[in-house]
Design a protein around this ligand. Structure first.
Ligand code: PLP
Length: 362
């Protein structure tokens, strides 16, 4: 039997009664858009993260876009970010006519290298977007300190890190704004698209709420330009059901991640570092291998799927390379050639994990 890359079926089986009951409730009341589950989820996620406001939105991409719109980002503005991430982080900047300014990453975490941020700040810089990659939070204290010095807001792209902690505080509540994704394969996923924005700034929260519904402050009063960016009630109901198992899943992810690190510690495989002042929710468990193509083929033959997060830094992608020197982030370039993600889910059994490690080291 092939091992799934992420086992969502086992998770569904474990939560089937709760999920079905939650979905049925929505079908009964029929408020598919902005039904009571939307507010219920926002209240629960607010309490979970400690942020004063949570605004659910249509996806993680929409969360980033709405956040930038709420900050008033204009064409020509510069946004500092990492090229080693999913395309959405950069896409939203370019969609608003702003310019992504790419800063290289740390080789041992793949998160933005804070020591290289300040040199990229200009009079046009309007925000910094670090990404908490693979489930581990970026160096938020240092990033916030630089941002404060230059009076800049920080948006944590926490699409992969919901549930992770940094110095005892939850990801999504570590900077001006935190954005997450409920894409099905994310640590907290729904059964479609979904996402959320977190902030403790009242005026940003009001702007995000209005932009989410076409910039509407009251019915048919459009005070600002917005988007159709709501999260469906049914998807909120799914996340509410999944929250019941989430603390257990976070612990399991950490156990599975730590076990991979222990099993691979002595091997000739590059491992990433988990900093001692934070936790990871291991959205991915990624390693560095020099013969990636051969390893992927060999694992695939043994029924073990792998993935590459990410094969090409965004400043080398055809749509974006004219916006920044493609060669100015050499670490991202080098890691992109070596990185490979192994199956990871809270329900991955020790037996399956042993098989994966055995095949990887064969
Ligand atoms: C780092 C990062 N940012 C943004 C996103 C976009 O989230 P979504 O797929 O929900 O739009 C993702 C999702 O893959 C992601 O991994």
């Amino acid at each position: 039997m092939p091992i799934p890359f992420i086992d969502l079926k086992v998770q569904y089986k474990a939560l089937q009664p709760q999920v079905q009951e939650r979905i049925n409730r929505v079908l009964e009341h029929g408020q598919y858009i902005m039904g009571p589950e939307v507010k219920e989820l926002e209240d629960k996620l607010q309490a979970y993260t400690g942020a004063k406001h949570c605004i659910t939105v249509a996806s993680g991409t929409e969360a980033l876009l709405i956040s930038l719109m709420a900050l008033g980002i204009q064409p020509g503005d510069e946004i500092i970010t990492t090229p080693f991430t999913f395309v959405a982080t950069t896409e939203v900047i370019v969609l608003l006519g702003a310019k992504p300014v790419f800063v290289d990453i740390e080789p041992d975490t793949c998160n933005i290298d804070v020591s290289k941020i300040e040199a990229k700040i200009t009079s046009k810089t309007k925000a910094i977007i670090p990404v908490s990659l693979y489930g581990q939070v970026a160096d938020m204290d240092e990033i916030n300190a630089i941002a404060e010095k230059h009076n800049l807001p920080v948006i944590e792209d926490a699409a992969q890190s919901f549930g992770a902690e940094y110095k005892g505080n939850k990801s999504c509540n570590l900077s001006t704004i935190g954005c997450t994704s409920f894409f099905p394969s994310k640590p907290l996923g729904c059964y479609g698209d979904g996402g959320a924005i977190f902030t403790s700034d009242e005026s940003i929260a009001i702007a995000c709420r209005e932009i989410r519904v076409h910039g509407q402050s009251q019915r048919y009063v459009h005070t600002r330009v917005g988007v159709g960016g709501r999260m469906d009630t049914i998807q909120c109901a799914v996340v509410l059901a999944k929250l019941e198992r989430f603390d257990w899943e976070v612990k399991q992810r950490q156990l599975v991640g730590q076990r991979y690190s222990e099993l691979l510690a002595a091997a000739d495989i590059g491992l990433f570092t988990l900093r001692s002042d934070r936790t990871s929710v291991y959205a991915q468990y990624s390693v560095l291998v020099s013969d990636r193509d051969a390893k992927q083929k060999c694992l695939s033959k043994a029924g073990i799927p792998t993935a590459v997060h990410y094969p090409v830094p965004l400043n080398e992608q055809p749509a974006y390379k004219h916006l920044c020197c493609p060669d100015c982030t050499p670490i991202a370039q080098q890691i992109a050639k070596l990185v490979m993600s192994l199956p990871m889910s809270p329900d991955l059994s020790s037996d399956d994990q042993d098989k994966i490690v055995g095949a990887l080291l064969a």
